[in-house]
Design a protein around this ligand. Sequence first.
Ligand code: TYF
Ligand code: FE
Length: 372
Amino acid sequence: MKLDKTMQPNEQMEEVFPVKDVDYLEIYTGNAKQSAHFFATTFGFEPIAYSGLETGNRESVSYVLKQRNVRLVITGSLKEETKISEFVKKHGDGVKDIALVVEDVESAYNGAVERGAIAISPPQESTDEHGSVKKAVIGTYGDTIHTLVERSNYKGVFMPGFKEYKNSTPVKDAGIIGIDHVVGNVEQMEEWVEYYEKVMGFKEMTHFTDKDINTEYSALMSKVMHNGGRIKFPINEPAEGKRKSQIQEYLEFYNGPGVQHIAILTEDIVQTVSALKENGVEFLSTPDTYYEMLSERVGEIDEEIARLRELSILVDRDDEGYLLQIFTKPIVDRPTLFIEVIQRKGAKGFGEGNFKALFESIEREQELRGNL
Ligand code: TYF
Ligand code: FE
């Protein structure tokens, strides 16, 4: 997607674009039935709604999955030439939509477009017996979009066009409670930093230069954009390193910019990661030397270090507290999309102290893939 370079800064954006939360994340896939099954049986997401042939949808199939405050929509194509099949052909399975809850779609959309947003679909209302939902769509990096959703007048399970999904097998909750951040990999970080500033009134929360995050190969730059509330969107750009940056590897396999990882919040990372591992989720490993130096690095923590070491959970501390995090291997065929599980105990950062160990682990995987 090209950006309109003529857009002007606007001082009152935060009031003009009062985005409250992520409404859902939509993943386009080659096989929605099997992907939905994966998210249900491994990550503990419960299917709650469905759209497809049985609901009169002859274009696509979608499963809506939910766990506490996280909603995923898993969508596949029923036909040869659809936006979904074109997307999957180009990118493989990936995140198409980071949908955002707004109070007033008309004003959010019109304001965003006036400030230079990529206009994709103007506001439209859909209605069923449970009420109405208003949606509009603006673009962001690559083929990724933000659907703006106004749902205060809707009481149904998800949206018009979907029916309630009746589960035959109960899903085991994995303790996931929300979305912490959603990260994009792009070619030009500044372009998208400006986009979120100008169009959506976001501010830069933190930045990492290639000096902060330069291991043997995985050089990258990153700026975290946030709305002052729940929404945090880090944006990564590849940097020159000794060999190929992990961000460059992503851009090549995804054929352009897109979502790199979804960070999901848990209240008990030891419990969540134990459950995910039992369910067969594959995580990056951490060398034992990391845990030998851990106490010295982060001081006293509530968790047992031996247990963290067994599970390969990483820990980082800042002035406000600490956080625990772990990263899956890519969850799709290409080395593109992965999941982070994160628990915050006061810390507001992103695990800067873990970058070296983390990126070295990613590089070990890159090497196995022959992509260094
Ligand atoms: O979101 C973050 O900033 C952390 C660290 O390619 C990170 O999760 C940054 C870049 C990356 C993988 C993880
Ligand atoms: Fe992250």
